[in-house]
Design a protein around this ligand. Structure first.
Ligand SMILES: [Zn+2]
Length: 177
């Protein structure tokens, strides 16, 4: 799925709040966004809100799949106990693991190549055992078969491409409203 190619149908209406929905359409479907027509006078704010609800919706839409996939990876490699895993709006980091044993993945990984997502998930799962990046942590990560140096390079390139696509996507919306 290309998260930057989902058609956005923008519907200004006499309403107070923004509402977003994935609706059946060609391919993956369309995304219909109803918003207060008065926001057309505040275009930057409007696009800010569209951006916010759009990624929130995608995150929600992919949560179940992320949860079952993480459970599968954990079952295969570690069998640790953790609380939950979710996508979060996060531009700086790719993943994080909290002391409450919650794993967060950056929303930039929605729709990313499987191996990148697998690595970030396994990396964060490994933090359930070792909260630091010490030798024991890396030894544990190595048991997954991933070579961190190689995969991190791929993630870096993916991140740059993502940022470019996001910038274009954002400005295209700004131009269209
Ligand atoms: Zn780490």
């Amino acid at each position: 799925m290309d998260v930057f190619q989902i058609p956005l149908i923008l519907v200004p209406e006499d309403r107070k709040t923004i509402q977003i929905k994935l609706v059946a359409g060609a391919g993956e479907g369309d995304c219909r966004i109803k918003f207060p027509a008065i926001w057309l006078k505040r275009k930057k704010y409007l696009v800010l809100m569209i951006d916010k609800v759009y990624w929130h919706l995608l995150a929600q839409y992919h949560t179940a799949e992320l949860q079952s996939h993480t459970a599968e990876l954990n079952r295969l490699y570690f069998k640790f106990n953790y609380n939950d895993v979710r996508y979060h709006r996060q531009f700086r980091r790719w993943g994080s693991c909290s002391s409450l044993r919650n794993i967060n993945l950056s929303h930039r990984l929605i729709g990313s190549p499987r191996q990148l997502q697998d690595y970030v998930i396994l990396h964060e799962l490994a933090h359930l055992q070792h909260l630091n990046h010490g030798k024991e942590f890396w030894d544990l990560v190595a048991t997954t078969g991933f070579i961190p140096k190689t995969i991190r390079k791929e993630i870096e390139i993916y991140g740059r491409d993502w940022q470019n696509s996001y910038y274009q996507w954002y400005h295209q919306i700004l131009k269209s409203v």
